[in-house]
Design a protein around this ligand. Structure first.
Ligand code: IPD
Ligand code: CA
Ligand code: CA
Length: 257
């Protein structure tokens, strides 16, 4: 079965959500779900637009979305995994590094994904077996093979404190990689690895909607994705280590785990 038939729907939904984010940009209000964990009307409205767009075409599919969306149809093997706005803190501060992320699973396997950055009109997309793409250009990961040549990115937990193990890990990497950054959008970090703009990324505090589309993008661009200790990646677990290829991946596992 080719999964490319789902791509126009995924792209259309992501672009529509991008419009919604733009339309709220000058008038949103911010609510804290928990300390430093933000949500705005834009998150909610973008998810509603995505759900409406996809469910009209595929009413029997399952849905999981960050803003309280969890719909199960026991007879369907498909599940859409949606983050309507990955990088809400950035959006709320008008820092232009955030994205819409939509992944599709079939029988628990990632088969299609799109990540849309409305600030740059960049649409990253992938279908299992068909490669990773940015707009009309095929993507492949970078060739920086060692830590001393690598630009790495980390996601730290929301409201993280200085003594947290994730901060220790970050500091360890600062001493070894060429550059280490924290950006605020896990989805866009993964898209950037696929695009060769970033060499590696890790986190131990992610949720399925942060990762679904981006993991397939990285793999289809030639990269490697596992848990932090090198174990098999699982969407339902918070641990992720993504790298441009085997060599850097090996160095990152031994540095971080
Ligand atoms: C967040 C971003 C961030 C990561 C957080 C996520 P949100 O997603 O992906 O990079 O560090 O753990 O919650 O809340 O902006 O959708
Ligand atoms: Ca997110
Ligand atoms: Ca979100």
């Amino acid at each position: 079965m080719s999964f490319s038939e789902f791509l126009p729907t995924a792209k259309g939904a992501a672009q529509l959500a991008g419009e919604v984010l733009r339309s709220w940009a000058e008038r949103f209000t911010i609510t804290e779900k928990s300390p430093a964990n933000l949500v705005t009307e834009a998150d909610i409205a973008a998810q509603a637009a995505i759900y409406d767009f996809i469910s009209k075409r595929y009413p029997d599919h399952n849905f999981l979305g960050e803003e309280g969306l969890n719909e199960s149809h026991p007879n369907s093997t498909f599940r859409w995994v949606i983050d309507p706005l990955d990088g809400t803190s950035n959006y709320a501060h008008r820092f232009p590094y955030y994205a819409v992320s939509i992944g599709l699973e079939c029988d628990g396997e990632l088969v299609c994904g799109v990540i849309y950055d409305p600030t740059r009109d960049e649409l990253f997309w992938t279908v299992k077996g068909d490669g990773a793409w940015l707009n009309d250009s095929r993507l492949s990961t970078s060739r920086n093979l060692t830590l001393d040549k690598a630009m790495l990115m980390a996601s730290l937990p929301v409201a993280v404190r200085a003594h947290h193990p994730a901060v220790n890990r970050f500091l360890r990497a600062v001493g070894q990689a060429q550059t280490v950054q924290r950006s605020g959008s896990a989805a866009l970090n993964l898209a950037y690895i696929a695009a060769g703009r970033l060499d590696g990324f890790w986190s131990t505090s992610l949720l399925p909607w942060d990762m679904a589309a981006g993991v397939l993008l990285v793999r289809e661009a030639g990269g490697v994705v596992t848990q932090l200790d090198g174990g098999t990646f699982r969407l339902e677990r918070p641990s992720l280590l993504a790298a441009n290829g085997e060599s850097l991946h090996r160095e990152m596992v031994s540095m971080l785990s």
